[in-house]
Design a binder for this molecule. Structure first.
Ligand code: 5GP
Ligand code: ZN
Length: 123
């Protein structure tokens, strides 16, 4: 019962804890809608997560009124890619969704990965 209540209020979500400052992270950007920080297990020289400030489990829970929020996530990723010096050579933007999509943290986030040549296959 306690466990269910905790999930509903997002008390167990690691990204909610990072956004609130309860858990540490290397924060690179913060505004009204999103927070961006370095991934704890980077798979490239640059690996940043752009996370919605509001807890949304995944793309599956997005509503039509979230359209500008999703657009904003991509524009923040573009800005961070420029800041990291990887814009010209290119990068990957990835949103894993659900079990088959390889999502491991169920709080909507966009991966910005760059700084090396990506393998052809999407991992
Ligand atoms: P997903 O697999 O859900 O698309 O991506 C989750 C990402 O979050 C993974 O790349 C993982 O390394 C990262 N991650 C998980 N826990 C933490 C954490 O506590 N801090 C940070 N900075 N990244 C985390
Ligand atoms: Zn959350």
């Amino acid at each position: 019962m306690i466990w269910v209540a905790a999930i509903k209020t997002n008390m167990v979500c690691i990204f909610c804890k990072i956004i609130s400052g309860e858990s540490p992270a290397k924060i690179l950007h913060r505004d009204d809608l999103v927070t961006a920080f370095r991934d704890i297990h980077p798979i490239g020289p640059t690996h940043i997560l752009i996370v919605t400030n509001r807890h949304i489990d995944s793309v599956n829970e997005l509503e039509p009124e979230d359209e500008s929020l999703v657009g904003h996530m991509v524009l923040v990723a573009k800005q961070l890619a420029e800041q990291e010096g990887i814009a010209e050579r290119g990068y990957r933007l990835i949103v894993n969704t659900g079990a088959h999509g390889g999502q491991s943290v169920f709080h909507l986030h966009l991966h910005l990965i760059g700084g090396r040549l990506a393998r052809f296959a999407i991992e």
